[in-house]
Design a protein around this ligand. Structure first.
Ligand code: MN
Length: 229
């Protein structure tokens, strides 16, 4: 007899470059408004406001090479390329000097967004945290790639460059993101953190091919599928 009264959900995982073992995803945290030129294009305050955090469900994950169905309830479905941290440690009130010790590795992700809903002035849940809203490429361990603090970040749609910046332009740097996030939540192994998107966000349509890149990491490729029936 089964241990559960309904089918138990499986733990979403991300492949790890150079390993047979995968990275298990516990929580997906995101920071908003973390590149000045993107804050500016969204009409926000360019001062360094306190960081803005939100989450996506772990099962919003879409694997490299996958298809993202065009979601319901939007006519303005946007990409946001982001550097992703994969955590091996955690805690509460992590000092920023120790923050990088908790990073297992790095990946390229996309924070897919229902932009027309995000602007409603209501909480971001249905704009950000829907099914298939988190495509993510393979995790590259720190032992292989080191810590990524600068390098080109870009996104193309059908081969045309739409976003192009450098990770060193992050407003809140990676140790600060981890330290600040851990003042609100106890971070644990398996958590991933999306570090924010540069300027150039924009819409995609069914059939579009998206490629997202951060220097030194494997390219993430996904396609936008037909609308969810
Ligand atoms: Mn974002």
């Amino acid at each position: 007899m089964s241990q559960f009264v309904v089918e138990a959900p499986t733990i979403p995982t991300i492949p790890v470059q150079g390993s047979e073992a995968a990275f298990p995803v516990r929580r997906v945290y995101c920071i908003g408004r973390n590149y000045v030129a993107h804050v500016r294009e969204m009409g926000g305050n360019e001062e360094r406001d306190p960081p803005l955090f939100f989450q996506k469900p772990a099962d919003a994950l879409v694997q490299d090479g996958g298809t993202i169905p065009y979601p319901t309830m939007t006519k303005d479905f946007h990409y946001e390329v982001e550097l992703v941290l994969a955590m091996k440690g955690g805690g509460v009130n992590i000092p920023k000097e120790e923050a990088l010790d908790h990073v297992f590795g790095y990946a390229v992700g996309i924070d897919m967004t229902r932009r027309d809903i995000q602007g409603s002035g209501r909480p971001w849940e249905i704009a950000k945290s829907f099914d298939h809203s988190f495509p993510c490429g393979p995790v590259v361990p720190v032992e292989t790639v080191g810590h990524i603090q600068s390098g080109r970040i870009e996104l193309t749609v059908n081969g045309e460059t739409r976003q192009e910046s450098d990770v060193d332009l992050l407003i809140w740097k990676i140790p600060e993101i981890i330290a600040n996030l851990s003042t609100y939540f106890e971070l644990k192994p398996g958590d991933v953190i999306l570090t924010g998107t540069p300027h150039g966000v924009g819409p995609v349509r069914p059939g579009d091919r998206i490629e997202a890149r951060v220097e030194k990491l494997p390219t993430l490729r996904v396609e936008v599928g037909q609308p969810v029936a």
